[in-house]
Write a protein that binds this ligand. Structure first.
Ligand code: HEC
Length: 151
């Protein structure tokens, strides 16, 4: 029984340490995963934006809740851009993602940094701080989409 537990633990550890692409059985699965994560992030970012842009009344609690989700979701899509997932499904990912990986990674890091600041700004309940941080975060979305996403 002990030996079995040991083997089971080793197998679990190996699975955890496997490269990102091993987390998905098929390219289509990875593509669906990243698009879903981006879509959820986009939905919550849009809700913050509606307040930052004055389209809906500012509600500090709602802004903070949504910005916190954006900051969490900002970490997720990238595992879905594993090698070999440049084609399949209805992906809009440009091939440059896999040939300019350092630049793509830099874009992810900027998003994570700015969305963390956005979540912190939202927590203060100050609408001006929220507006500034929203604009800075939106710039990171646009920069990456311009470089790495097909229209
Ligand atoms: C580091 C690059 C990068 C950053 C930063 C980035 N995106 Fe994207 N985004 C992409 C790529 C690449 C795709 C296309 C993915 C695909 O089709 O496989 C995409 C697709 C999307 C989609 C479409 C998902 C779907 O349903 O197919 C949404 C929505 C989206 N991004 C929102 C955002 C928002 C909002 C931000 C900023 C808060 C952001 N993205 C930041 C690279 C990025």
């Amino acid at each position: 029984m002990k030996a079995f537990t040991c083997i089971a633990t080793a197998v679990t550890l190996a699975a955890l340490m496997a490269p990102a692409h091993a987390q998905f059985a098929k390219a289509e699965d990875a593509i669906k995963y990243r698009q879903s994560a981006l879509s959820v992030m986009g939905t919550h970012f849009g809700r913050v934006g509606a307040m930052a842009n004055g389209k809906v009344p500012f509600d500090a609690k709602l802004a903070a809740d949504n910005a916190a989700i954006v900051a969490d979701m900002a970490k997720l899509p990238w595992a879905g851009f594993a090698p070999g997932t440049d084609k399949g499904g209805n992906t809009k990912a440009k091939p440059e993602i896999w040939t300019e990986q350092a630049k793509f990674k830099e874009g992810q890091d900027k998003l994570i940094a700015e969305s963390t600041k956005l979540a912190a700004a939202a927590k203060t309940g100050n609408l001006d701080a929220l507006k500034t941080a929203f604009a800075a975060t939106a710039d990171t979305c646009k920069a990456c989409h311009d470089a790495f996403r097909n229209k």
